[in-house]
Design a binder for this molecule. Structure first.
Ligand SMILES: Cc1cc2nc3c(=O)[nH]c(=O)nc-3n(C[C@H](O)[C@H](O)[C@H](O)COP(=O)(O)OP(=O)(O)OC[C@H]3O[C@@H](n4cnc5c(N)ncnc54)[C@H](O)[C@@H]3O)c2cc1C
Length: 659
């Protein structure tokens, strides 16, 4: 019988409750704030916004990141936009509608109260960012412009060309820099957290490695906030930045923080297909392209075969011979169905032999209709940098006319295929974003967050900034309110000694294996196992095989790894080896969770549980809960703890994107 926990959610998703949290803020004597230290690990959108806000509120903030500048955090990769319920398009949007779409998009596996709060603060985020000078796209008349993203029938996505994440991060960075200047935030760039230190059951600090000198250093604080991003790179090939890793989250998990819903992994439908075995990175083509691009494969299998053989090109296939399968299957949402639905539909077509490139693992994303209707100039204004990026990688420019049939111009289509992109699972947090370890908070992509089993496009930036600017700065004070009595926590305590020694010994262990295989070769093999057995389509048998293979490969890692160099100074291979050690823990956790959840929901698709039409089949009677995992030591099965979901405002039903 699994343990059951409760999220301390207040009675209902009502604004009064939110005010109650603001009132708590006053409980903290401003003078005390000046004595309180907070460590924030991460300078992506979640971490930078939190550090800036906490600094502005008077706390002493120590902010860490592995890059040489916060401006290089993975968040800058975000292309398409950020959602908010402003209803500038006068298309019937509202806080409730954003809340509803997000819960539905997550296949009814998110915590309802959290999502309501997220929708409520979404509008504040846009105001905050505009005030910082973020150059959102505007209409001719000056109003902020919007576009549509999957899973919504309104236009609520704010954007800055295809560089929204970068512009938002520059805004957050400018606020952060003000606090650095005001000496309320101290930045530690090129520092990597190697462990969290627990004193008397509370998070009291971290052990961090100076990545340039290789030296381990100790930092103490009254609370620790983790904002270290997702675990997509467990799969080796993903759209995430190469440096993304889940080590900080796994360190917290090993120290007792629950890890929630790890099997909820997002596979994004519009990525440039894999083109060989030498690749280490996949590139996303933003979901925003689905506003104007139409996804198709040929209707006739002979055409697909000719495309695969290279004897025919997409633009030679006329309109009536094309199968716009998303528009056919989901007339109400068409190309803008949520990502999990679009990815599965692409896989279904390719599995049936209709793939359009030499590997048979690609579909077309075509702009012919929109360029003919709006002109290339308009399309370039909307997606110019994405078209250029696609050309740079594939040498095909999607705005080039390639053919004319019956007076209709056909442009060169993009080729796309699903790839690992985002992780909905993460460190379990309660309503106040506190983990199961008192004093340890998790925000942004690294917590299990508000997206249930599938995140809607443009909602990650919304959640990261909601956490950082508007939720954590208030809720953390409920914890900190009585912490000033502790004063500074000495880093000479035995807990810091022990943690540092353990990290040091672990680095020695990895360096002394002196085997024959590089970190990347083992990571690539782990990625193959993950994609094959824990990827888009999962089965109980496959998951068990995957777990066994991961176990064997971990043994290979422990006995045959080769890490060159020493622990003194810069050693990128050693850092990667530490990340890979943690990807093994993570990969197995994803598989355990997937195996325990005998249903399909959102990004977690168990092939045994599908409808006749191939849609995900949920089992609300048995799996209407957040699955949290407690670490039980290396090689042991983690323990499942359930947090039952409670819905008051939304009726739980089967998702429908057809009508
Ligand atoms: C290609 C791409 C496009 C995307 N487009 C969109 C979009 O249009 N809209 C949207 O809403 N979402 C989008 N997303 C998702 C979104 O970008 C991310 O979910 C979000 O930026 C994550 O922000 P974060 O602050 O939680 O983490 P990150 O931005 O990943 O930042 C993590 C931070 O933690 C630090 N860190 C990590 N480990 C350690 C450690 N051990 N010690 C010290 N520091 C550490 C890193 O240095 C970094 O500063 C996109 C994602 C990708 C990959």
């Amino acid at each position: 019988m699994a343990k059951v926990i409760d999220s301390k959610i207040p009675a209902g998703p009502v604004p009064e409750k939110w005010k109650e949290y603001k009132a708590h803020q006053r409980l903290v004597n401003p003078k005390n704030k000046l004595k309180l230290d907070v460590i924030v690990v991460g300078t992506g959108l979640a971490g930078a916004s939190a550090a800036a806000s906490l600094g502005e509120m008077g706390f002493n903030v120590y902010n860490f990141c592995i890059q040489d500048s916060p401006r290089r955090a993975h968040s800058i990769a975000a292309q398409g936009g950020i959602n908010a319920a402003k209803c500038y398009q006068n298309d019937g949007d509202s806080v409730y509608r954003l809340f509803y779409d997000t819960v539905k998009g997550g296949d009814y596996r998110a915590r309802e109260a959290n999502v309501y709060r997220l929708a409520e603060v979404s509008n504040n985020i846009i105001d905050q960012c505009v005030a910082q000078g973020v150059p959102f796209a505007r209409e001719y008349g000056g109003m902020l412009a919007n576009r549509s993203f999957g899973g919504a029938q309104v236009s609520r996505t704010f954007y800055a060309k295809g560089q929204t994440g970068q512009q938002l991060l520059l805004g957050a960075y400018s606020s952060l820099s003000c606090q650095v200047q005001a000496k309320k935030v101290k930045l530690y760039t090129r520092y990597e957290m190697e462990d969290v230190v627990i004193v008397d059951g509370r998070a009291r600090g971290i052990i961090a490695k100076n990545l340039v000198t290789g030296k381990l250093e100790r930092f103490s604080a009254n609370a620790v906030v983790i904002a270290t991003g997702g675990y997509g790179n467990t799969y080796f090939l993903s759209t995430n930045a190469m440096g993304c890793n889940c080590s900080a989250a796994v360190q917290c998990y090993r120290k007792g923080a629950y890890f929630a819903n790890p099997s909820y992994v997002q596979i994004h439908p519009t990525c440039i297909p894999v083109h060989g075995d030498k690749q280490s990175k996949l590139t996303l083509m933003s979901e925003s392209l689905r506003n104007d691009g139409r996804i198709w494969v040929p209707k006739k299998i002979e055409d697909a075969k000719a495309l695969q053989a290279g004897t025919k090109q997409g633009w030679e296939i006329p309109e009536e011979e094309r199968d716009y399968y998303l528009e056919r299957r989901y007339p109400a949402f068409g190309n803008l169905v949520p990502r999990d639905v679009a990815s599965r539909a692409a896989k279904e077509r390719c599995d049936k032999g209709f793939g359009v490139n030499n590997t048979g693992l690609a579909v077309f994303l075509d702009f012919s209709e929109s360029i003919n209707r709006l002109g290339l100039d308009v399309i370039m204004q909307r997606y110019g940098n994405l078209f250029e990026m696609y050309e740079e990688i594939t040498d095909v420019f999607p705005g080039d006319v390639a053919n004319e049939i019956n007076g209709v111009k056909y442009y060169k289509p993009m080729m796309i295929y699903p790839a690992i992109h985002y992780t909905m699972g993460g460190i379990w947090v309660d309503y106040e974003l506190q983990t199961s370890i008192p004093g340890l908070f998790a925000i942004g992509e690294c917590n299990f967050s508000d997206h249930g089993a599938n995140r809607l496009g443009a909602s990650a930036l919304m959640q990261g900034l909601a956490d950082g600017y508007f939720v954590l700065p208030y809720t953390i004070q409920n914890y900190l309110a009585d912490q000033s009595i502790w004063g500074k926590i000495s880093t000479d305590r035995k807990e810091f000694d022990e943690a540092e020694k353990k990290v040091d010994a672990e680095m020695d262990r990895l360096l002394n294996i002196k085997g024959k295989r590089s970190v990347d070769s083992i990571h690539k093999e782990l990625g193959h196992i993950m994609w094959e057995y824990v990827g888009m389509g999962r089965t109980a048998e496959g998951l068990k095989t995957g777990l066994k293979k991961m176990h064997d490969l971990e043994k290979e890692f422990d006995t045959n790894l080769f890490v060159p160099g020493t622990k003194e100074g810069l050693n990128v291979e050693l850092d990667k080896a530490i990340h890979l050690r943690d990807f093994f823990t993570m990969g197995q956790l994803v598989a355990f969770d997937a195996l325990s959840r005998n249903e399909s929901c959102g990004g977690h698709f168990r092939e045994e549980y599908q409808t006749e039409e191939g849609e995900a089949k949920r089992d609300d009677e048995n799996y209407f809960y957040v699955g949290c995992w407690e670490y039980k030591g290396k090689g042991n099965e983690p323990e499942l703890i359930k947090e039952p979901l409670e819905y008051e405002a939304i009726k739980v039903q089967t998702r429908n994107y057809k009508n």
